[in-house]
Design a binder for this molecule. Structure first.
Ligand code: PLP
Ligand code: COI
Length: 356
C-alpha cells in the first residue's frame, strides 16, 4: 500500500457480512453497498475521530444544516481489480483536490489529505473482496461531506462529517442514449457553483431531466444559462463531439465541472494522434454539422459511465440522428482508458495507483 499511515483509524467490524447475498455478475450502478463505511468529523475547528464502522443509518438533528441550506458535496471515483487481484485507483489525488475546491465554494472546511487518502486506503483494504473484476464493473467510491452542525440561521455550519461509502457497480447506462438540448433550464450560472460537485447541482437537474424523459430522451445537454446557444455538459458528464476527424470538447469554466475523465481522454486522444480542439461549441454548429454529415459522434465522459455514446439529439422539436460508425473515437478512447484503469496495458501517464 503506497499511502503512509499517519492517522489512527479505529475499525469496528460488522458481525454479519452481506457479501454472499450479492450477485457480482449482475450488478447495476450504485444500488448495493459494502459492509462498512469510513467517516470522520469536523468539530471545534478540526478534523478528528477517523473510523470505519458498519454501513448503517446516520443519526442527525432535524436542525442539522445539511437539511436546510444544502451544504453537501461529494466525489465519484472507482477502484479496479486486475486479473491477479491487484487493486488500483485512477488519479485519486485529483478527486481529493476537487473535493476541497467544492468545499471552499460551499464554505465548508478543507479536509487534510491524510483524512481522505488514509481513510480510503484503509476502507479498500477491509472491503477488497467487494471489488468486482468482471468486464465493465468496478467498485464505485463515493466520498462525501455534509453539514451536521445545527441551526436555522442561514450561515455555514460549525460541524461537518466526511464519509466514504462503496458500491460494487456495473455500467451506468444501458443501451443508446438520446439527449435533448436544453433551451430553457440551466444547471449552473456564471459565478455559481456549477464547477463544484455540490449535491444541489444534481437536484436542480432532476426536474428538467424528467421533462426530457417524458418526451422520450434519456438525458439533457446543458447549454449556457445566458443565451442557451452553447453546449456545456451532457447530464452529469462532460461532452465531446467529433466533427469530421477532430475531437472537440468545451473549455471548463465556473459553470462546468473539471472532469477527470475529460482531461484524461483529451490526453489519450492526443497521444493516439487524434486531433483535438478545446473551444466553445454552438448548438447551431452541431445542427449544421449534423445536416451536412460532418458530425460523426457525440458522447458524454465521466467516471460513472466512462464514455457514453449519444445516438441522437433533439432541439426545438426536431430530432437529429448520429451515424452508426464501425469504428468510433468514443469506443477507442473508452477501451484505452479502461485498459489503463484496470491494469491491462501500460500507463505511460502515471495515472494508475496501486493500492493493494
Ligand atoms: N460533469 C458533471 C456535472 C459531473 O457530475 C461529472 C461526474 O463526476 C463529470 C462532469 C465528470 O467528471 P469525472 O470525469 O471527474 O467523473
Ligand atoms: C460520474 O461519476 O461520472 C458522475 O456523473 C457522478 C454521477 C453518478 C452523479
Amino acid at each position: 500500500m503506497a499511502e503512509s499511515n499517519t492517522l489512527k483509524i479505529d475499525i469496528s467490524k460488522t458481525k454479519t457480512s452481506k457479501i454472499d447475498s450479492v450477485d457480482f455478475n449482475n450488478l447495476s450502478f450504485g444500488q448495493v453497498f459494502t459492509d462498512h463505511i469510513y467517516e470522520c468529523d469536523f468539530e471545534d475547528g478540526e478534523w478528528k475521530n477517523p473510523r470505519i464502522t458498519p454501513y448503517q443509518p446516520i443519526a442527525l438533528q432535524p436542525s442539522a444544516k445539511i437539511f436546510h441550506y444544502g451544504q453537501s458535496i461529494f466525489e465519484g471515483m472507482k477502484a479496479y481489480k486486475d486479473a491477479n487481484g491487484g487493486v488500483f485507483l485512477f488519479r485519486p489525488e485529483d478527486n481529493y483536490k476537487r473535493l476541497n475546491l467544492s468545499a471552499q465554494r460551499l464554505a465548508m472546511p478543507q479536509l487534510p489529505k491524510a483524512f481522505f487518502m488514509e481513510g480510503l486506503y484503509a476502507l479498500l483494504k477491509l472491503e477488497q473482496d467487494w471489488i468486482p473484476s468482471a468486464e465493465g464493473s468496478s467498485l464505485y467510491i463515493r466520498p462525501f461531506m455534509i453539514a451536521t452542525g445545527e441551526g436555522f440561521h442561514a450561515s455555514p455550519a460549525d460541524s461537518y462529517k466526511f464519509m466514504i461509502a462503496l458500491a460494487p457497480s456495473g455500467s451506468y447506462f444501458s443501451g443508446n442514449v438520446k439527449v435533448l438540448i436544453e433551451e430553457k433550464y440551466s444547471r449552473s450560472a456564471n459565478g455559481g457553483v456549477g464547477f463544484a460537485k455540490a449535491g444541489g447541482n444534481y437536484a436542480g437537474q432532476f426536474y428538467p431531466t424528467q421533462l426530457a424523459k417524458d418526451k422520450g430522451y434519456q438525458q439533457v445537454i446543458w447549454t449556457d444559462d445566458n443565451t442557451h446557444e452553447y453546449i456545456e455538459e451532457a447530464g452529469a458528464m462532460n461532452i465531446f463531439a467529433r466533427i469530421n476527424d477532430t475531437l472537440l470538447t468545451v473549455p471548463t469554466s465556473d459553470r462546468i465541472l473539471d472532469g477527470i475523465t475529460r482531461k484524461s481522454i483529451l490526453t489519450i486522444a492526443e497521444a493516439e494522434g487524434i486531433k483535438t480542439e478545446v473551444r466553445k461549441i454552438k448548438v447551431e454548429e452541431l445542427i449544421e454539422a449534423s445536416k451536412n454529415g460532418s458530425l460523426k459522434e457525440l458522447f458524454g465522459a465521466g467516471t460513472a459511465a466512462v464514455v457514453s455514446p449519444i445516438s441522437g439529439f433533439g432541439f426545438k422539436d426536431k430530432d437529429y440522428e448520429l451515424p452508426e460508425l464501425e469504428h468510433t473515437f468514443g469506443a477507442q478512447l473508452k477501451k484505452r482508458i479502461t485498459d489503463i484503469q484496470t491494469n491491462k496495458v501500460d500507463d505511460p501517464f502515471g495515472w494508475r495507483i496501486k493500492v493493494l
